[in-house]
Design a protein around this ligand. Structure first.
Ligand code: URA
Ligand code: CA
Length: 434
C-alpha cells in the first residue's frame, strides 16, 4: 500500500477500507507517514467527508493506537458523559454524585483545564485535601464501594488522536465533522466507557456555533458509538449564554452543592436531570427516561445525592464538611458588583467573552504553565430575558486584586441590555437517540 494512492482515492471522493485506514493511522503514529502527506489526506477528508463505516473504522483504529483502560473489575455498565465544552459548565460536578446516588458507577478519568476555568480536577481541588493521585486498584475499589471516584489522566491514551489533532490545528482541518466525531469518540472508548452520553453545545460560547452543525456532529458521534457497540445518545444544549450562574472553580463547586440540594440554578438543574436520565437509562438502572428522571429527583429530595458527594470527597482526602459550609473553600478578597447602566432586558451574555473575563481574574489558564486562583470568578445575577433596572448588579466579580476595571469593561462589552423584552433561549435544542 502507498499513502499517495490513498490520498488520491480520498481526493476523488472514494471510500477507504478498514485495512487502508489501519495502514494510515499506524503509519502516521509511528512516523512512517510524514506530516505533509497526512495534511493532504486530512484536507481531502475535510472536502470529501467520510462514510459511516470509515468513521467507525477511524475511531477504533485511534482507540487501538495506544493504551486502553480496563474497567471490567467495576460492576455494572460504565456510562461516561462528554461535553463539547462551554463556559461555567458545572454539569460534570453535579452529574457524577447524582447518578452514583442511584447506583450508576462513575469511574471518571479527568484532566486539568486550559481556558476560562479549570478542568474537573482543578475545580475539585478547591475542596481542601482532595486529590486524584490514587492507584488504579484503589480507584476501582472506590468505584465499587461508593459508585464514584475520579483519577488523573495517566497512560498513553489515543496517541494517534493527539498527533492528528495537533496537525489539524495548524492545517485548518479541525472543523471537519468526521474528524471531530472520531477524535472525541476514540478518547471516550479508550477510557473504558461501555455507553456514552454526549452533551453537544451550540451557540456563541460553543465550539459548534451553528445549530445544524451541532446536530450533524451529534448524529455522527451517536452513529459511531452505536456502530462499535457502545450505546450512545446525545443532547444538543444551549451555550449562547453560560450555564448556571457561577464561573470559577470554588464558585462552581458551591453551585454544584446547591444543585445537588435542589437549590441550584434552574437551567443547570434541568440539564443535569436531562443528561442524568440518559445515563441512568443507558446504565439499565431504569426502564424508561421518565423512571430515570424520577429516581434522580428523589435522591435530590432525600439528600442522598449530596451525601454521595460528601462520601466521594472524603474518600479522596477531601474535607467533606464543605458540603455544609462552602466558605471552607478558598475565598476571594474582593467582591465587586457590575451595575446595569440602564433599564431594560438582558438580551445577550456572550459566553466565551465572559469566560475570558473570568480567566483574566485568574480562574483559568492562559497557557499550560499558568497557575489557577481557585477562589476567583464571576457570579451572574441576571440571565437572558430577565428585566433589569439601572443600578441592579448584572454580575458579582470575585477577585483577589483590587483593580478590576479591565474585567468590568470586558463584561460590559459581553452583556447587552435591550429596550425590548427578550425571550430566554431554549435550554435543550434537540436530542439524538440513534
Ligand atoms: N475536541 C476534540 O477532542 N477533538 C476534536 O477534533 C475537536 C474538539
Ligand atoms: Ca456554572
Amino acid at each position: 500500500m502507498r499513502i499517495v494512492d490513498l490520498i488520491e482515492k480520498k481526493r476523488d471522493g472514494k471510500e477507504l477500507t478498514k485495512e487502508e485506514i489501519s495502514f494510515i493511522i499506524k503509519g502516521y503514529t509511528n512516523g512512517d507517514i510524514p506530516d505533509y502527506q497526512m495534511s493532504a489526506l486530512t484536507m481531502a477528508i475535510f472536502f470529501k467527508g467520510m462514510t459511516k463505516e470509515e468513521r467507525a473504522n477511524l475511531t477504533m483504529e485511534m482507540v487501538h493506537s495506544g493504551d486502553t483502560i480496563d474497567l471490567s473489575k467495576i460492576e455494572g455498565i460504565k456510562v461516561d458523559k462528554h461535553s463539547t465544552g462551554g463556559v461555567g459548565d458545572t454539569t460534570t460536578l453535579v452529574l457524577g454524585p447524582l447518578v452514583a446516588a442511584v447506583g450508576v458507577p462513575v469511574a471518571k478519568m479527568s484532566g486539568r483545564g486550559l481556558g476560562h476555568t479549570g478542568g474537573t480536577i482543578d475545580k475539585l481541588e478547591a475542596v481542601p485535601g482532595f486529590h486524584v493521585e490514587i492507584e488504579n486498584e484503589e480507584f476501582i475499589k472506590l468505584v465499587n464501594q461508593n459508585k464514584i471516584a475520579v483519577i488523573g489522566q495517566s497512560g498513553n491514551l489515543t496517541p494517534a488522536d493527539k498527533k492528528l489533532y495537533a496537525l489539524r490545528d495548524v492545517t485548518a482541518t479541525v472543523d471537519s465533522i468526521p474528524l471531530i466525531a472520531s477524535s472525541i469518540m476514540s478518547k471516550k472508548i479508550a477510557a473504558g466507557a461501555d455507553a456514552i452520553v454526549l452533551d453537544v453545545k451550540t451557540g456563541a460560547g460553543a465550539f459548534m456555533k451553528d445549530l445544524d452543525d451541532a446536530r450533524e456532529l451529534a448524529q455522527a458521534m451517536v452513529e459511531i458509538g452505536n456502530a462499535v457497540g457502545r450505546k450512545t445518545m446525545a443532547v444538543i444544549s444551549d451555550m449562547s449564554q453560560p450555564l448556571g450562574y457561577a464561573i470559577g472553580n470554588a464558585l462552581e463547586i458551591k453551585e454544584a452543592i446547591d444543585t445537588l440540594k435542589g437549590e441550584g440554578p434552574e437551567d443547570l438543574h434541568e440539564l443535569c436531570l436531562t443528561l442524568g436520565s440518559y445515563m441512568v437509562f443507558l446504565a439499565e438502572k431504569a426502564s424508561s427516561l421518565e423512571e430515570a428522571r424520577s429516581m434522580l429527583e428523589e435522591v435530590i429530595q432525600n439528600g442522598k445525592a449530596l451525601e454521595t458527594l460528601k462520601v466521594f470527597l472524603e474518600a479522596q482526602g477531601g474535607d467533606g464538611s464543605v458540603v455544609d459550609d462552602p466558605s471552607k473553600m478558598p475565598q476571594a478578597k474582593y467582591k465587586v458588583e457590575l451595575p446595569a447602566k440602564e433599564d431594560g432586558y438582558v438580551s445577550e451574555i456572550v459566553a466565551d467573552s465572559v469566560g475570558v473575563a473570568a480567566m483574566w481574574l485568574g480562574a483559568g489558564r492562559a497557557t499550560k504553565e499558568s497557575e489557577i486562583d481557585l477562589a476567583v470568578g464571576l457570579m451572574l445575577n441576571k440571565k437572558i430575558g430577565e428585566a433589569v433596572k439601572k443600578g441592579d448588579s448584572l454580575v458579582t466579580i470575585y477577585s483577589n486584586q483590587e483593580d478590576v476595571e479591565q474585567v468590568k469593561a470586558k463584561l460590559y462589552e459581553s452583556i447587552k441590555v435591550s429596550q425590548q423584552a427578550v425571550e430566554a433561549p431554549p435550554l435543550v435544542h434537540d436530542t439524538v437517540k440513534e
